[in-house]
Design a protein around this ligand. Structure first.
Ligand code: SF4
Length: 269
């Protein structure tokens, strides 16, 4: 009789609220266990995320094998190299003022190169001949618009939080109810998709992350290879240190509709 190879179940671990909750729910048997969890490291996450990963892997790494992957030396090193003229930039979605004075945004090309592709490469290395993959993603009900069908022939996608009707807030409640600390928000420290509240929190509670975000904001202003506009991480299109981030209204993010609280797909969740 021909043997049927079970699909490889892989959790895309952004190490933010949702994917961390999925991992812990696997530990509790409330979500079917994955065969692997993979974190794509841009090298630009907040310090709290790297600390959180250590905790999370200690909690569940013996149950679900953990892999960290990175494209080249990570996004920060890539952007620094691009600013030295070494290669065209794979860019975060920076806000720009174009040479003709109009306002725009750069295409977000960082996620594909620094998140999606390294994870898919690792998955392929884990598959045996004829095996399919189920990619498990921590997207919650309140960010339903980010749940898309698979575009790969060899991969199916599963959204357990949506199947369970859980929101991001439900994830936090689940963690607290089980006596666990709350996961941090994951996203590169200089990712432009942040509301003012998030910028304030970073400035006031994580000064090293804030200093790094300001450094990268300044570095990328005029220097990214292949980019003609003037680039900013804040939508006000002023240096981050000078942006007015005191009010609690959402940073206006034209073109960012549908990102939810964290950035899309493999980023952040
Ligand atoms: S968090 Fe932002 S800057 Fe980092 S890879 Fe994702 S979209 Fe790009």
């Amino acid at each position: 009789m021909q043997s049927v190879v079970q699909p490889l179940r892989v959790l895309s671990l952004g190490a933010g609220v949702q994917s961390s909750t999925v991992a812990m729910m696997m530990k509790h048997g409330e979500i079917e266990k994955a065969d692997a969890m993979i974190f794509a490291d841009t090298g630009a996450e907040p310090a709290a995320v790297y600390r959180w990963l250590v905790w999370l892997v200690a909690e569940i790494g013996s149950i679900v094998p953990f892999y960290k992957v990175q494209y080249l030396s990570g996004l920060t090193k890539h952007l620094e190299g691009s600013c030295r003229g070494e290669s065209s930039a794979r860019t975060p979605p920076m806000f720009t003022i174009n040479p003709d004075g109009s306002r725009g945004m750069l295409n977000r090309t960082c996620t594909d190169r620094f998140k999606i592709r390294p994870i898919e490469k690792k998955i392929r290395s884990l598959l045996v001949k004829g095996q399919r993959c189920v990619s498990i993603r921590g997207i919650s009900c309140d960010e339903m618009q980010r749940a898309r069908p698979s575009s790969s022939k060899w991969m199916d996608v599963e959204y357990p939080l949506i199947n369970l009707g859980m929101t991001r807030q439900d994830c936090k409640s689940w963690m607290l109810r089980h006596g666990y600390p709350l996961p941090p928000r994951s996203a590169c420290v200089y990712c432009p998709y942040r509301c003012n509240v998030e910028w304030q929190k970073m400035r006031d509670l994580a000064p090293d992350d804030w200093a790094e975000a300001c450094r990268m904001d300044e570095l990328m202003r005029h220097n990214l290879k292949g980019i003609r506009g003037v680039c900013y991480v804040h939508s006000q299109r002023v240096p981050l240190r000078e942006a007015k981030i005191e009010d609690d209204t959402m940073n206006h993010l034209p073109g960012a509709e549908g990102w939810g609280d964290e950035c899309e797909g493999m980023c952040g969740v």
